[in-house]
Design a protein around this ligand. Structure first.
Ligand SMILES: Nc1nc2c(ncn2[C@@H]2O[C@H](COP(=O)(O)OP(=O)(O)O)[C@@H](O)[C@H]2O)c(=O)[nH]1
Ligand SMILES: [Mg+2]
Length: 218
């Protein structure tokens, strides 16, 4: 989980992870929080709840790439540190990954989204970015920006991730759909706790730029 000044939500997000259920299913879990330079008590709260906290240069993509490098699990599950993703669905997502022998899953937040979970302009921006992702890459995605992914770590041997910012989210999906067994699953999305970190215009433009760059450079 990438986190930047999330002291209001990190504790609740970690507590939402169904560790007992995962243990019952035979999974040993490790919670890794990658802190991009928080000025609040994000790291202290995460550590107190048993998470491993690593420090990273700022940037959603930088934090994920460092987190992946430092993770020890065979299967990685990602989510924002803001209570917006349904951690209780992790067991079902793992079941789908295993029974369908998939390499990568991401959730489609729009399927069962709470009405107050995304501002209209943000929703529009997400739809535009998803439209461009489909026009340029034809994978028929419904949500190119979802931050909940469940995947086998070994795919990172063949997928080279380069994004420093929010564009990592679309990058991992496009590269997974290009070279692995990947599926998008309808899921839900809730209003985040704490302040939004997304810079809507700057991050949106950067995502669009990176989408065209990926199309041209491969
Ligand atoms: N936007 C952004 N999020 C970051 C950054 N570093 C860490 N994060 C974390 O990444 C997640 C995404 O941010 P968020 O505001 O929820 O953006 P959104 O979910 O796309 O609306 C949150 O858990 C943030 O704390 C960063 O540099 N930019
Ligand atoms: Mg979020």
């Amino acid at each position: 989980m990438p986190a930047l000044n999330e002291e209001e939500s990190i504790g609740k997000t970690i507590s939402m992870i169904p560790l007992a259920k995962l243990k019952e299913m035979g999974y040993d879990s490790e919670i890794l929080v990658v802190d991009g330079g928080s000025h609040d008590n994000t790291s202290g709260i995460a550590s107190a709840l048993g998470a491993i906290v690593i420090s990273s240069p700022r940037g959603y993509g930088r934090q994920y790439r460092l987190g992946f490098k430092n993770s020890i699990g065979e299967i990685l599950v990602t989510a924002d540190s803001d209570c917006s993703y349904p951690m209780e669905e992790i067991p079902d997502l793992l079941k789908i990954l295993e029974t369908e022998n998939l390499d990568f899953i991401h959730t489609n937040r729009f399927a069962f989204m709470d009405h107050d979970s995304m501002m209209p302009l943000n929703r529009f921006g997400n739809k535009v970015l998803t439209l461009f992702a489909n026009l340029l890459f034809s994978y028929g995605l419904k949500d190119s920006q979802s931050g909940m992914w469940v995947f086998r770590k070994k795919i990172l041997d063949s997928i080279r991730l380069t994004g420093d910012g929010m564009s990592l989210s679309q990058e991992i999906k496009i590269k997974a759909f290009r070279s692995c067994r990947a599926r998008e699953i309808d899921s839900c999305y809730r209003k985040r706790v704490g302040k939004v970190k997304l810079r809507m215009f700057a991050d949106g433009c950067d995502n669009l730029f990176n989408l065209f760059k990926m199309r041209i450079l491969g």
